[in-house]
Design a protein around this ligand. Structure first.
Ligand code: C2E
Ligand code: CA
Ligand code: CA
Length: 573
């Protein structure tokens, strides 16, 4: 009897303990944000624990009910979920499936199976967790890592990654890849004139069009500002650039619709590089395409240029030249030469044009026609131009003190120098510092100075004129719209370009134009200077048609300062 009491007490105590444990487990499950399914194999019975009702509005009682749960997943996740839920994994670790459900929630299913001593599956726990938030954050991060937020196109990093994969694939498949660097022309102008929002809009609109060109073998990316890249994988080694170029041409014939019913047409310039012809790794191919693109010369058309080896050689030479130019600025390796200009009738010295000379390390001169355009491209011209201004004015002041001869000093000024806010101030400061007469300083400008911002340049020219400084229009006749510019411009002198002088003797139309220019310029009250006069015949002709001044090898080549001093001293004596 005692024994029975004892057994009963023991059972009651164990029961209480078990109930306590179950209560504890239920509490733990209830307070977590997960739902649980507890399964006993021998009974084919499921128990639902935790926040089951929060997740699902149906019960799971036996293994056959699991299909209801599985069918809640989106089609593409069903088989993975099925495999996970029915798994009888003998390895200790649990099995996990992450699935997107029909209601767009992301759920994680973690399944753990326990085994009896006889190695039979005894129990299974399925833990269900809502991972939507984490998934969204990961997606966002992934998006940020892969996409450009402005256009929704792939970003640079992702493009490089895919291109690198394509290059590896192309090596084994003997395929080729074309990479197009596509730059929207004049984007800066659109952005400046219509505002940043409109600028973004046009970038997005064009990006959207490019996105539609994407396919299994075409990937498009927005790198930055106005630069897009497109890569074409050509599995059969053929080139498919033409088709893409044609589509871009067709699309850009039509304007893009912007907010406020504004229509905007664009053109692009495209540089194409190719794997394996141009380069053999992704970054190099991208660089090659960019280099080709940057060589674009004409604007207003959809231009396309293909990579050729000399382009790269030129580019490298330019870079080397650029570095040498920087050194030259530091080493003061520049000199000024001066070319005399004479009155056509009296042959009296009118003045000199200062022309820069750069003596390279080998002692030979590098032509300014080569390095000035380069210096203009990378902005070094501002420092170089400032040196020319000061050196020219300093030497000129010295001559004036010594010889007292009132000749004109002509200085070539680049567009970038004019653009600097302090250009006028800087020049006036030099004139003051060296005490020269501003009326004897003449600035030579070319049409390129006027093209970008006509009104602000004219304002500056007017200010310069107020101080008595002369303005000369250089290389006249080489641009298209020179004549139309003339009327709004406060110029004193017009230089007829050497290309006219070269043909003026033998070409009748050139003669007609030259004579008309001279007559017209005189009516406007300006002086003319003929450039590049090399022969006596040219000189006689120009004198006969009333050209005011002559500059050229015939009467004097550019010379160092000492040469000018010789001329000046001969005039004096
Ligand atoms: P440019 O201003 O048109 O200068 C005239 C160029 O023609 C000079 O070449 C001069 O040496 C050359 N020349 C003059 N007479 C004759 C001739 O009878 N026959 C031939 N064949 N050539 C003649 P240079 O000195 O090589 O200068 C080339 C260009 O470099 C200049 O053209 C100018 O655009 C630029 N440049 C030169 N110095 C400066 C400077 O200090 N600043 C800026 N911004 N540009 C400069
Ligand atoms: Ca000049
Ligand atoms: Ca010239």
């Amino acid at each position: 009897m005692n024994e029975m009491h004892y057994q009963l007490d023991l059972l009651t105590a164990m029961n209480q303990k078990l109930m306590g444990n179950e209560k504890m487990f239920r509490m733990i499950c209830g307070t977590s944000s997960n739902a649980f399914l507890y399964y006993i194999f021998s009974e084919d019975r499921f128990e639902m624990l935790g926040l089951w009702q929060h997740y699902f509005d149906f019960p799971i009682r036996s293994a056959s009910d699991l299909h209801r749960l599985i069918n809640c997943a989106k089609a593409e996740y069903i088989s993975a979920l099925e495999e996970t839920l029915f798994c009888e994994n003998k390895h200790k670790e649990s099995q996990i499936a992450e699935c997107e459900m029909q209601d767009k929630k992301w759920l994680e299913f973690e399944v753990t199976v326990t085994y009896s001593e006889t190695d039979e599956p005894s129990e299974k726990i399925i833990r269900i967790r809502d991972v939507t938030k984490r998934k969204k954050q990961t997606e966002e991060l992934k998006y940020m890592a892969y996409y450009d937020s402005l256009t929704g196109l792939y970003n640079r990093n992702y493009f490089v990654r895919i291109l690198s994969e394509w290059v590896r694939k192309a090596q084994t498949e003997k395929a080729t890849i074309d990479v197009l660097c596509i730059r929207m022309d004049d984007f800066k102008r659109i952005n400046d004139s219509m505002g940043m929002i409109a600028g973004d809009e046009i970038l997005q609109a064009f990006g959207l069009f490019l996105r539609d060109l994407q396919s299994e073998d075409i990937i498009v990316s927005h790198f930055n500002d106005d630069i897009y890249y497109l890569a074409i994988y050509n599995p059969y080694g053929n080139h498919n650039v033409d088709a893409v170029y044609r589509k871009i041409g067709q699309r850009t014939e039509q304007p893009f619709q912007m907010m406020g019913n504004i229509e905007q047409k664009i053109t692009v310039s495209i540089g194409v590089a190719n794997y394996p012809e141009s380069a053999r790794n992704s970054l190099e191919i991208i660089n090659c395409a960019e280099i080709v693109q940057s060589q674009k010369k004409e604007s207003g058309t959809n231009s396309i240029a293909y990579f050729e080896a000399p382009i790269l050689t030129d580019f490298i030479e330019n870079i080397q030249m650029e570095n040498k130019l920087k050194e030259a600025i530091e080493d003061h390796a520049f000199e000024l030469y001066y070319q005399p200009q004479y009155d056509a009738g009296s042959k009296k010295l009118r003045g000199v044009e200062a022309l820069i000379r750069w003596r390279g390390q080998d002692g030979k001169f590098v032509s300014p026609a080569v390095f000035i355009p380069l210096a203009e491209k990378d902005g070094l011209i501002v420092q170089i131009g400032n040196w020319v201004l000061e050196e020219g004015i300093r030497v000129y002041a010295d001559w004036y003190r010594k010889y007292g001869y009132p000749m004109v000093l002509s200085l070539n000024i680049s567009a970038l120098q004019y653009k600097k806010a302090d250009f006028v101030h800087h020049l006036l400061m030099l004139i003051e510092k060296y005490q020269v007469d501003p009326a004897l300083i003449e600035l030579e400008i070319t049409e390129s100075v006027l093209i970008e911002d006509f009104n602000s340049v004219v304002d500056k020219l007017n200010t310069l004129k107020e101080y008595g400084i002369k303005i000369s229009l250089d290389d006249f006749g080489t641009g298209f719209s020179s004549l139309s510019y003339l009327k709004g411009l406060p110029i004193d002198t017009l230089k007829i370009d050497k290309s006219f002088i070269d043909t003026v003797i033998n070409d009748h139309p050139t003669r007609v134009i030259t004579e008309s220019i001279i007559a017209m310029v005189k009516k406007l009250g300006c002086e003319t200077v003929a450039e590049g006069v090399e022969t006596q015949e040219q000189y006689e002709y120009l004198k006969a048609v009333n050209c005011d001044n002559i500059q050229g090898f015939l009467l004097g080549k550019p010379m160092p300062a000492e040469g000018v001093e010789k001329i000046l001293s001969s005039i004096k004596n």
